[in-house]
Design a protein around this ligand. Structure first.
Ligand SMILES: Nc1ncnc2c1ncn2[C@@H]1O[C@H](COP(=O)(O)OP(=O)(O)O)[C@@H](O)[C@H]1O
Ligand SMILES: [Mg+2]
Length: 384
């Protein structure tokens, strides 16, 4: 192993009050084939100075020096954040001291009467240090890459919502406007023709137009829930009662406030959260009771959706092709919130929390328009 290091100069900082012991240590290392650049220090001040003066491969330290100790040196090294391996070398080190030094992060310890172990100990310490640095670097890269991925996912969630809003608006303006015009014209024709045959055709065409209007309203609603214009509370109320009707499962909705002042973007995130939670309940939970709780306390909006169904496991959450719950977490992140999942034999509880005081820009009522143009109200057209 010595060969691997022989080519490099080993930069060694030695805390040692005895020049003789210092020379002895150097001799052992040279004999093992190391080229050395070594500095001996014997006081705290000199040690601190040496630490910042240059980079070191390893710190060797005596245990007891006049006015300084190896353990103190170790603390200083630890506090410095420098990841230099630290080896205690002492004449009188006891087992207890050695153990506490190792616990404190010393890489190794050895006795002065066993310096034959010095070179292997130094080599091992340096390798371990390199591995540790590589691991830390990998951890940092992994964390950065996770962060980028999460930013991308949040960006995608946001752009999907914007795209949906744009499509809903186009359906409203282009399709909706034309269908309404056709409906008026048909009604006019119906009033102005005498032939019962034509009137019947007109009536049937009107029915078809009504179906088309209904369909596009449904599509628009799925794209962009118009009900949110009446506020989050009203939207959740509506969602709960629709869930109950469609699934035949009682679904209660409770709220701490009848209206809430929420920052822009939060109502939609909360709405999508409840939507996914309820869809999951009808798909997976086999529940007989569902409750939705909305509250705003101490500046934090909480939305809880709870069922008494079969519960979910961590394996369910890790399903490769399931993005519902993962998407909710990223979505919550777009407004500075987070999602908690808890589950057991008694069912599943999903909770969205969003701090809503400060840091999110201007507060608005929870009935923001989808855009600033009051003419675009997708909930109103098609009803002559
Ligand atoms: N309320 C629930 N009760 C029981 N299991 C659930 C519930 N919600 C989710 N799960 C389980 O967690 C998995 C992941 O959910 P999700 O991320 O929404 O993906 P998906 O619904 O597309 O499968 C589901 O496949 C299901 O097994
Ligand atoms: Mg789902």
């Amino acid at each position: 192993m010595a060969d691997a290091h022989a080519a490099d100069t080993l930069k060694l900082l030695h805390i040692e009050d005895s020049p003789l012991d210092h020379d002895l240590a150097l001799a052992h290392l040279r004999r093992a084939g190391h080229r050395l650049q070594a500095l001996r220090v014997d006081s705290e001040a000199d040690f601190r100075r040496a630490l910042v003066a240059q980079e070191w491969d390893v710190v060797l330290s005596d245990f007891n020096l006049p006015g300084f100790t190896g353990l103190r040196a170790q603390e200083i090294l630890k506090d410095s954040g420098l990841m230099v391996p630290f080896i205690l070398v002492s004449g009188e080190i006891g087992e207890d001291t050695a153990v506490s030094a190792m616990r404190n992060g010393a890489t190794d310890y050895l006795l002065k009467n066993n310096l034959a172990r010095l070179a292997p100990a130094v080599e091992h310490a340096i390798e371990a240090g390199q591995e540790r640095r590589a691991r830390q670097q990998a951890d940092r890269e992994l964390a950065a890459s996770r962060q980028r991925l999460s930013e991308l996912a949040q960006h995608l969630q946001t752009s999907v919502e914007m795209e949906r809003a744009a499509i809903a608006r186009e359906i409203h303006d282009d399709v909706g406007g034309s269908l309404t015009a056709v409906k008026y014209d048909l009604a006019w024709i119906g009033r102005h023709v005498g032939s019962p045959e034509v009137q019947q055709r007109v009536a049937s065409a009107l029915e078809t137009v009504d179906l088309a209007i209904e369909a596009s309203q449904r599509i628009m609603h799925n794209l962009r829930p118009a009900i949110l214009e009446q506020g989050l509370v009203a939207a959740l109320q509506w969602m709960a009662s629709r869930f109950e009707k469609r699934n035949g499962v009682p679904c209660t909705f409770r709220t701490s406030h009848e209206t809430m002042q929420l920052p822009v973007g939060v109502p939609l995130v909360a709405y999508r959260f409840a939507q996914e939670a309820l869809t999951n309940i009808s798909k997976h939970a086999a529940a007989s009771k569902v409750s939705i709780d909305l509250s705003l306390t101490r500046g934090v909006l909480s939305l809880e959706v709870e069922d008494n169904g079969r519960g979910l496991s961590s394996a369910d959450l890790a399903k490769a092709r399931s993005f519902g719950l993962r998407g909710l977490t990223e979505r919550a992140g777009t407004v500075g919130g987070w999602v908690d999942v808890s589950s057991g034999a008694a069912g599943t509880m999903l909770m969205l929390s969003v701090p809503v005081n400060g840091g999110l820009g201007g507060m608005r009522s929870d009935t923001p328009r989808f855009d600033d143009d009051a003419d675009h109200d997708p909930s109103t057209w098609g009803a002559p």
